[in-house]
Write a protein that binds this ligand. Sequence first.
Ligand SMILES: [Zn+2]
Length: 251
Amino acid sequence: MKIIPLSEGTFTIDKTKLFVPFDEDVHDLQQRPVGSLLVEIQPFVIITSKDILLLDTGLGFVCKDSFGEKEGRLQIHRNLTDAGINPSDITKVLLTHLHKDHAGGVSFGTNHEELSFPNALFYLQEKELSSAFEKGFPSFITGELEKLKKSKQVVLLKDDEGTIDDYIHYKITAAHSPYHQVFWIKENDKTIFFGGDDAPQLQQMKHRFVAKYDHDGKKAMELRRTWWEQGQQEKWTFLFYHDVKNPVKEF
Ligand SMILES: [Zn+2]
């Protein structure tokens, strides 16, 4: 399996929950708003013998009309093209949860009337979708998710745990958010683990840490410990969505 990280860069986020692009070369770390966090965003492509998988879809930001860039083009579309992949080549989109930094790229257009990957099936938890519409802004942008409610391309998973096409295993953890799911992708004796926001950064795997932003921070911490131990024994490859510097850790 081939793994391609699609970094969307680094952002600051504060209590307004707005993601603001952060450029280390231009901005001064000291100058960022008080209480703000630095967050890196990075979906992944995995090329398997059966599929071109996309794991989460990024912020859904559009490119600025500069340097000849076509205005209105999704950042994830540009990043895919740069990696030699046409967005229409994606066969499956696996969504851990629908927070706006993970699901922003599912749709595009003035009214988000198009799913961003025309030939893909989108796999998400049914309960996560209803919960996103109950909670709404600022953690979820329902306008971007509307299309997921009524498309033949969407597979709403009803079980807490299961398998897609015999090689992708999913499981609800209820740690970072109540219906957050994680994925194991297995082919030719290799296991790729994608823990989404339950396992967002390499550092968090190595140190015990309860995050305030989690639904059940203690559970997330325990899960990370279990996965880290099991992953080392079973030689998993970990993918870290919020770690641009350490996107992939292979054992
Ligand atoms: Zn999240």
